[in-house]
Design a protein around this ligand. Structure first.
Ligand code: NAG
Ligand code: NAG
Ligand code: NAG
Ligand code: NAG
Ligand code: NAG
Length: 404
């Protein structure tokens, strides 16, 4: 009997793991690793009808906390705690539910906000660097003198490479500089030199509509971007606090695997990509032929010379942003070869290069892109960019036309 009890205890420890969430009766929640608090909650809030409703001043009161369990086909079992709030606008009650999910496989705790069965609208939007729903939110703080933690995050252009930064995790840290530009945040134990416990704070759904923001009082808030004027009825967004125990690099890989599992993605395309598996000849920024040709000859002749005179077994050639037409803000207006670059056209150059594979650069679409004549684009006057929407046909046609 004693053995059985002991076994059950061990199983319990193994299964739900080292990361835990502790919830109090006021709806406060702490994320702990081992016995240490890593994240302490602040408030739950909604901006609707141009005003804030928040749990911290009781304009968004917590009615009760409930508990269920559930099963996700990709990630398995979880326990689900529900913080139930009562949003009252002009006498109409809307139930807002903050779900906290503790996953059996112990890779983390996720937070899901269900904004209720009515659309939430504003006429005066917030800034796009802020959020108009807040759940979860956490203090950026040093918990006590023994707490030596650091963070690392991606931010800005080039997939977050341009503005990536790291520092101490305490109340004077500027972790998120701009919600629009920010990416996932990695938190780690500096005493273990980043080789032990770590967390990744990242969106878990609605990736294009949600954001992290940091307030003046150093609260990290997650939610819908502030510039959005309305949130549809029955909308749910979520954030993952992912946990791993073998350091930053391994942890980020494991986080990626969880994200891939949840969205049933594999590495199949990446693993068969010519540009990742073989040697290529690059004309990218830093390369000799980046916006530069041999003296007195054009790009076509220069590339043919490279192909014939460099005796390395490269399997593809990369043409950087010099080869196509640009429009407003240096975006792409038309993704075809310019006559001053390849006078005979891309296909003829390809023949002269003995049909070697080409990696052809593209970047954001310019506001004045020619493709907006025939396909739907969202046009952004503030940054002179254009985004193709809602039609795969644009991409199919583009690649069909570029295909040899
Ligand atoms: C969260 O952690 C703080 C600091 O350790 C503590 O004061 C508070 O009571 C904890 N709250 C919960 C819900 O455990
Ligand atoms: C960081 O690691 C050290 C050494 O293992 C440990 O004593 C400390 O409690 C850890 N800090 C946190 C915040 O987990
Ligand atoms: C945060 O950490 C930095 C680096 O150790 C230190 O200079 C700063 O005083 C700390 N801020 C607070 C509020 O502890
Ligand atoms: C390149 O491809 C074209 C079209 O498929 C073919 O006719 C030609 O023989 C190929 N050239 C070489 C060198 O393989
Ligand atoms: C738009 O479609 C017309 C009719 O098919 C075609 O002639 C024209 O080249 C297309 N324009 C672009 C930029 O693709």
């Amino acid at each position: 009997m004693h053995v059985l009890v002991l076994l059950l205890l061990i199983v319990e420890c193994w299964s739900w793991g080292n990361i835990n969430v502790v919830i109090d009766d006021k709806g406060g929640y702490n994320i702990t690793i081992g016995r240490r608090v890593w994240l302490r909650s602040f408030r739950t809030a909604i901006y609707v009808d141009n005003k804030w409703y928040s749990s911290d001043d009781n304009t968004l009161p917590l009615t009760d906390i409930s508990y269920t369990s559930g099963f996700d086909p990709n990630l398995g079992d979880y326990r689900d705690f529900q913080l139930n709030y009562d949003l009252v606008r002009d006498g109409i009650h809307t139930k807002i539910v903050g779900h906290i999910r503790d996953w059996y496989r112990a890779f983390g705790i996720s937070f899901h906000l269900d904004t209720g069965d009515r659309p939430l609208t504003n006429t005066v939007p917030l800034d796009m660097d802020h959020v108009c729903t807040v759940f979860p939110s956490f203090h950026i703080e040093q918990i006590d003198q023994n707490d030596q933690r650091g963070y690392f995050t991606f931010e800005g252009g080039m997939s977050g490479n341009d503005g990536k930064h790291a520092g101490w995790w305490n109340s004077s840290s500027k972790v998120i500089q701009s919600g629009m530009q920010s990416g996932p945040v990695v938190l780690f134990n500096l005493t273990e030199q980043g080789e032990g416990d770590m967390l990744v704070l990242s969106p878990f759904s609605q990736f294009m509509a949600t954001s992290l923001s940091q307030t003046k009082s150093n609260i990290l808030e997650f939610g819908v971007m502030g510039s959005m004027l309305s949130i549809p009825a029955n909308y749910i967004h979520s954030m993952m606090v992912f946990y791993a125990l073998n350091g930053i690099n391994e942890g980020i890989r494991e986080w990626g695997q969880i994200m891939q599992s949840e969205y049933t993605r594999t590495n199949q395309h990446r693993l068969s990509d010519v540009t990742i598996n073989y040697l290529g000849y690059y004309t990218d920024n830093g390369g000799y032929y980046y916006y530069n040709t041999e003296k007195e000859i054009n790009y076509e002749e220069t590339m043919v010379n490279v192909r014939h005179q460099i005796s390395l077994p490269f399997r593809y050639m990369q043409f950087d942003s010099w080869w196509y037409y640009k429009g407003m803000g240096n975006g792409v207006s038309q993704w075809t070869a310019r006559p001053d670059i390849f006078p005979d056209g891309l296909q003829a150059v390809h023949r002269r290069l003995e049909n070697i594979s080409l990696a052809a650069h593209n970047r954001y679409w310019a506001y004045d892109t020619v493709y907006k004549q025939n396909y739907s684009f969202v046009l952004d006057e503030s940054n002179n960019k254009a985004l193709p929407i809602g039609n795969d046909l644009f991409w199919i046609d583009l690649f069909t036309q570029a295909h040899d």
